[in-house]
Design a protein around this ligand. Structure first.
Ligand code: SF4
Length: 256
């Protein structure tokens, strides 16, 4: 089996709060968020043997307690299943960063007991497909094939799968001025989470999108939301949810 592979960070403290991780990045993604920072992973494939990627995990295995699969979109590839099995076999906990597009694969991993924590993007209110489509590049990039309604429904389903499992859950929204991140939009996302997620331990993280490395050129000149603006937005989310954090370049991660 092959893996469309982007690289490994052998020691990361940023990808799973409170844990030291080996993080494996996959290439490929069915979405094209205009602000994507990892757009170099999206087009050109680089296929590696499964054993090669397992070896990268094993090399870090004795220095870390968890493996995080990130991307790109890790659930896009069937190889995520044997890789998660391999990591579990090494005694590592498994975290999955996902855009929520593949609920069936999330369910397969859950059924096999292979995920300890999901980190899922909620890029816009899932009950507003039109806005969701805009934020994931629908209509602008041919690579985005499913309709906004299908994408938003898939995200809601993936969150339901994660929420119904015993895995931990972090939901996250990347905020970009003039694209997504008004107070009203943050309030609608947080209200949706509050109404639809049963897990009261869920954490909701507002991430400061850094527009200068965006896939879409016209976004690169837009000033990013500063820490004070992020904090204000965090307070809006806090009206609906207990466990809210902001992540900024100025102060790293802070609880609101
Ligand atoms: S979901 Fe969006 S931000 Fe994430 S890798 Fe895909 S295009 Fe980039």
């Amino acid at each position: 089996m092959k893996v469309n592979y982007a690289g490994t960070v052998s020691l990361s403290t940023l990808d799973w709060r409170g844990k030291t991780a080996v993080t494996v990045f996959f290439r490929g993604c069915p979405l094209r968020c205009p602000y994507c920072q990892n757009h170099s992973y999206l087009e050109e494939p680089d296929l590696k043997e499964l054993g090669f990627v397992q070896e990268q995990i094993k090399k870090s295995g004795s220095f870390v307690s968890v493996v995080v699969f990130s991307g790109g979109e890790p659930l896009m590839q069937a190889a995520i299943v044997p890789l998660a099995e391999f990591a579990k076999g090494l005694g590592l906990s498994v975290g999955i960063h996902s855009n929520g597009y593949y609920p069936e694969r999330a369910a397969e991993l859950v059924e096999k007991g292979l995920v300890d924590k999901f980190f899922i993007d909620v890029k816009a209110p899932p009950n507003d497909p039109e806005l969701y489509g805009k934020v994931v590049g629908w209509g602008e990039y041919e690579a985005v094939r499913k309709s906004p309604e299908e994408i938003a429904a898939a995200v809601a389903k993936t969150i339901e799968v994660a929420d119904s499992s015993a895995s931990g859950l972090e939901l996250r929204t990347t905020l970009i001025r003039d694209l997504i991140g008004s107070k009203e939009e943050v309030a609608r996302i947080a209200a949706w989470i509050s109404e639809n997620v049963k897990n009261r331990e869920v954490s909701y993280v507002l991430q400061q999108g850094i527009s200068e490395h965006s896939m879409q050129e016209k976004l690169r000149k837009i000033p990013f939301l500063n820490r004070e603006e992020m904090l204000e937005l965090g307070k809006v989310a806090k009206q609906f949810l207990e466990n809210v954090r902001i992540r900024t370049t100025e102060e790293g991660e802070e609880k609101v």
